[in-house]
Design a protein around this ligand. Structure first.
Ligand SMILES: Nc1ncnc2c1ncn2[C@@H]1O[C@H](COP(=O)(O)OP(=O)(O)OP(=O)(O)O)[C@@H](O)[C@H]1O
Ligand SMILES: [Mg+2]
Length: 275
């Protein structure tokens, strides 16, 4: 066990050594749009020439495959339980991205031990050498796997909407992440936006309390408008970037991908957001 702990720490320390950012898409509240963002952001990066892997790390309700219209034969569960080679699990999506699908609700994930955690970290370590970007779609909330994966990522995109419950869950999530590891790179991604002022209001409210009570500064990854084309795309199981490339949500997602590529991490001061 001590050997495993040591290796986990070693892999954590190596997270910046490869030129492949791992981006964890997470949230406090469920249903805020993480999976849709993970899949479409990956496609946007691939369209800009990057080699991208999406890992479905939501072990409660794994559904990246559903959103992409894929029918997996094997999943990440077969990798951790049966030692199935990852090449047998990896799926190629027509958009050019690779996908590691997952299985929902297995008790393995609920009682995740150090052995499984180490296997996942080793997998990410290997995959970092093969891709330009790795996008992790995680479960909402404070599950141990979500926290472990988020702190192992190079960037955390925390998705929220303007609902007060989503905002307070975002605060709680950031508080817990920071208590596990400080100095994480956390950026707010505001989804289902209905007005420009909403974006600044939500960021301002959150950043004020985070700064005041926890001395944490977060950045802004961008925003995605409330757009019925997202719902239609999910219904058709064709990502919105492919089914409705000119829709507001698709354009917003391209903007987010662009700032990720340009490594533009915006950390506005509170007074700037007021303008
Ligand atoms: N920008 C948007 N505009 C309109 N509807 C959206 C938008 N983003 C997401 N949705 C709606 O929200 C639903 C939930 O999205 P999604 O499954 O991506 O959320 P999630 O955060 O991954 O949920 P969970 O926490 O259950 O994993 C979608 O089915 C879609 O109908
Ligand atoms: Mg999801």
């Amino acid at each position: 066990m001590i050997e495993q702990e040591r290796r986990i720490k070693e892999l954590m320390a190596l997270k910046n050594s490869d030129n492949c950012p791992v981006i964890a898409i997470t949230s406090g509240k469920g249903g805020v749009g993480k999976t849709n963002i993970a899949a479409n952001l990956a496609i946007a990066l691939a369209e800009k020439g990057e080699k991208v892997l999406v890992v479905d790390a939501d072990t409660n309700f794994a559904n990246v495959d559903v959103l992409l219209g894929l029918a997996p034969k094997f999943t990440l569960l077969n990798y951790v339980l049966d030692d199935l080679p990852i090449q047998k699990i990896l799926m190629k999506h027509e958009s050019g991205i690779d996908v590691i699908p997952n299985s929902s609700g297995s008790s393995v994930w609920k009682n995740m031990d150090q052995v499984i955690k180490l296997k996942l970290f080793e997998l990410l370590y290997q995959m970092r050498k093969k891709y330009d970007y790795i996008i992790l779609d995680t479960a909402a909330g404070l599950s141990p796997l979500t926290i472990d994966l988020a702190i192992q990522a190079n960037q955390i995109l925390i998705v929220t909407t303007a609902e007060p419950t989503a905002i307070s869950d975002t605060y709680a999530m950031i508080k817990v992440l920071d208590s596990v590891q400080q100095d994480l790179s956390i950026d707010l991604l505001h989804n289902m936006v209905t007005s420009a002022t909403e974006v600044t209001d939500v960021y301002q409210r959150l950043s004020l309390v985070l700064q005041h009570f926890l001395d944490i500064t977060i950045g802004i990854a961008g925003y995605i408008e409330l757009d019925d084309k997202v719902r239609q795309a999910i219904q058709q199981q064709i990502p919105v970037l492919l089914s409705f490339p000119d829709s507001p949500a698709s354009l917003n997602i391209h903007n987010i991908a662009e700032s990720i590529l340009n490594q533009e991490r915006v950390v506005p001061t509170v007074s700037e957001t007021l303008q």
